[in-house]
Design a protein around this ligand. Structure first.
Ligand SMILES: C[S@@+](CC[C@H](N)C(=O)[O-])C[C@H]1O[C@@H](n2cnc3c(N)ncnc32)[C@H](O)[C@@H]1O
Length: 236
């Protein structure tokens, strides 16, 4: 896919971008036989056996660009549903020549729910996820019980869901979810031990001085002096 930016520049997402629209339709048996719908994103790389990480809502791709360069032996997929950001990030990755990064134009929660095989990702990154502040829009937030169940399914044992947000109200919402998903026997998972344990967030090597993770939104919000909240949920 390529389209113009207006000022004579064209974004080229063809080599490093994948459109979910080209995937075959979900088969009827997807509910009873989930593996029938899987599209293994590890197969998009020259070496599918390498460790695999997913970023949800990768925006302009800044985290991927910075971190993938420092982890050349890890494959990364950034999932972004805004077409312009998807294409912008895929174009940046192409120009940087990063063969261990692909961008996917899709709804990340749907892709995780239906398409990603069990136990394949070492890390899922979720940075500055849209807060959807109005109560009637809370159902659009990425962090939900269903999402935490799917993230747990997709992560390898010991894999990590890494989260940073600036939004106090969304953070409170997340913490209520995290409490359930780290408490043994709690609804809705009813598992003992609990699916996740909570750890302190560790800054990635690519974060700049004073940064938590170093994404575009962090840089924008840091200039406004906003405090940040971060955590890691480690899958058992
Ligand atoms: C506030 S921005 C943060 C972007 C980037 N992570 C950063 O920190 O600079 C949130 C991004 O997530 C994307 N997004 C939100 N929900 C999504 C979903 N369900 N699937 C894919 N992308 C999503 C939005 O389009 C947007 O680019």
């Amino acid at each position: 896919m390529s389209f113009g930016l207006g000022k004579g520049r064209t974004l080229d997402a063809t080599s490093h971008g994948i459109e979910a629209a080209v995937f075959p339709a979900l088969p009827d048996e997807a509910v009873t036989n989930p593996a029938s719908a899987w599209i293994d994103p590890r197969g998009w790389f020259a070496d599918p056996a390498r460790p695999f990480e997913i970023e949800i809502g990768s925006g302009k791709g800044t985290f991927l660009l910075q971190q993938a360069e420092l982890q050349p032996d890890t494959n990364f997929v950034g999932i972004e549903w805004a077409k312009e950001f998807f294409a912008y990030a895929a174009d940046r990755v192409r120009r940087r020549g990063l063969e261990n990064v692909r961008l996917l134009h899709a709804d990340a929660t749907e892709f995780l729910r239906w398409r990603v095989p069990d136990g394949c990702a070492r890390v899922i990154h979720l940075y500055f996820s849209d807060p959807w502040p109005k109560a009637r829009h809370h159902k659009r937030r990425v962090v939900q019980d269903g999402f935490l169940a799917q993230a747990h399914r997709v992560l390898i044992p010991g894999g990590e869901l890494r989260i940073v947000t600036d939004h106090a109200d969304y953070w409170e919402w997340m913490e209520r979810h995290f409490d359930r998903w780290t408490a043994p026997g709690s609804e809705p998972h009813r598992r003992t031990p609990a699916p996740y344990e909570r750890l302190a967030f560790e800054r990635p090597a690519s974060a700049g001085t004073g940064e938590v993770v170093g994404t575009n939104f962090e840089r924008k919000y840091a200039r406004e002096g906003r405090p940040f909240h971060s955590t890691v949920l480690k899958a058992r």
